[in-house]
Design a protein around this ligand. Structure first.
Ligand code: A2P
Length: 407
């Protein structure tokens, strides 16, 4: 049998494969993501959404000797290909064979369905991915660490600038990089890679410098609100100028911006989900400043209060004719709670006008919880303005015009 496995050394534990698998064959514990050979139907749906390629691992095994889940959960590295008596039907090795036509069609269909990953915009630049892995990370130097949130804010969000010196680390807006925090986890093993979206445009935080920026929130509690110190976020937020950081990646070949002049960006984000929006906005702002056609930009940004909203000051200074900004604050004393989806409804006419335009590309990044609210708001805004979101959504996905990254 051909057994599908996940390489624990490369896997960044982003959960994309587990979310994608249509037969629930993928599961995880606090350490590893694993594939149940008894459930996996080799449909390949999980292969392309994986940002690192860790999912693309295979071993030819005797049918009665597939690696059990309990064994996979203990691995730090993939075992080598064992010697088999008879040649296997498909080639041994780590890489999946070319997908037969019918499998490609299944993958394309799943992309256009609910969820799924859209292809990149047709005019996106070609992204580099996986240039540096955990055995050969790039070493960046911290050239700045600035607090973005107000001193009295409940969250500590930072703008961290990493300089790559002479190392080639090309990134596009919308891509992510992986950070290797030093030290060992509770099992005495190196920490897993943690992913962060790049917040600067492709030509650098400072144009033509070999640097990039990240927007990092110090994690002090888990999703249930219980105290928990985020390993990588606390490491990053405490970095000082001159410190060295091990970086892997870059990752991401889908959540990319269009390059053609006059293409519009409809961006919706909460909190640190603003990082890719800042990268895209700054890319277009530089074009706008140079007198080029920067297209229409519309931003919906949700935060607890102005003091908790990363880049609040710089955003408010952008020219109105360049970008249409809508802030939604949820915890301003004496004011009603407003989420991005409320703003989308209020601006429904303008949102629908943009959605109607074939040159509009939609980006959603931030809290998982907002996904449904935003979809509902799109449904309403479309209905009120003569569009049908349920028909438009799959078209946008298929055309690489709807990109969602939530966590
Ligand atoms: P809330 O004040 O209700 O938590 P955070 O600061 O935790 O990163 O959140 C960023 C913003 O996103 C906050 O204003 C938060 O509001 C808001 N938010 C929380 N849940 C949702 C949701 N389901 N849809 C949209 N926005 C949300």
């Amino acid at each position: 049998m051909r057994q599908h496995l996940i390489d624990p050394e490369i896997c960044i534990r982003c959960n994309t494969c587990e979310e994608t698998c249509p037969v629930d064959a993928i599961s995880h514990d606090s350490r590893n993501y694993v594939v149940d050979a008894a459930k996996c139907k080799l449909c390949y749906n999980c292969i392309s959404p994986c940002p690192t390629g860790a999912i693309d691992s295979w071993r030819n095994m005797p049918a009665d000797k597939a690696y059990p889940l309990a064994e996979q959960l203990l691995w730090d590295t993939l075992p080598g290909q064992i010697a088999l008596d008879a040649p296997a039907e498909v080639g041994a090795g780590d890489t999946a064979p070319e997908l037969p036509d019918d499998v490609e069609r299944i993958a394309a269909a799943s992309t256009a369905g609910q969820g799924g990953t859209a292809p990149p915009p047709w005019s996106a630049a070609h992204p580099y991915a996986n240039l540096y892995g955990i055995h050969n990370p790039a070493v960046a130097t911290v050239s700045g660490n600035f607090k973005l949130t107000a001193e009295d804010a409940s969250s500590d969000i930072r703008h961290i600038v990493l300089d790559f010196g002479n190392a080639s680390f090309p990134v596009l807006e919308g891509q992510t990089i992986g950070i290797l925090a030093p030290g060992l986890d509770a099992h005495g093993k190196p920490h897993h890679v943690r992913l962060y979206s790049v917040a600067s445009p492709r030509d650098g935080e400072r144009p033509r410098y070999n640097n990039l920026s990240l927007t990092v929130k110090r994690v002090t509690e888990d999703h249930e609100g219980k105290a928990a110190q985020g390993i990588a976020s606390n490491y990053l937020c405490d970095l000082k100028k001159g410190d060295k950081v091990n970086v892997v990646g870059p990752y991401g070949t889908s959540f990319l911006m269009p390059n053609h002049p006059g293409s519009n960006l409809l961006m919706i984000c909460t909190g640190t989900g603003s990082a890719p929006m800042r990268a895209m906005t700054e890319r277009r702002r530089r074009k706008f400043a140079a007198g080029e056609n920067a297209g229409k930009l519309m931003l919906f940004f949700g935060a607890r209060s102005p003091g908790e909203l990363p880049y609040f000051g710089p955003l408010t200074k952008l020219p109105k004719e360049f970008i249409d900004i809508n802030f939604g604050f949820s915890r301003v004393p004496g004011e009603p709670k407003r989420y991005v989806q409320d703003l989308l409804r209020e601006r429904g006419g303008d949102v629908a006008r943009l959605l109607r335009d074939d040159n509009t590309y939609v980006y959603l990044c931030g809290l998982k919880g907002m996904e449904k609210g935003v979809e509902d708001a799109f449904t309403e805004a479309c209905r009120a303005n003569g569009l049908d979101w349920s028909a438009l959504r799959p078209q946008l996905l298929q055309q690489g015009r709807y990109h969602v990254e939530t966590y």
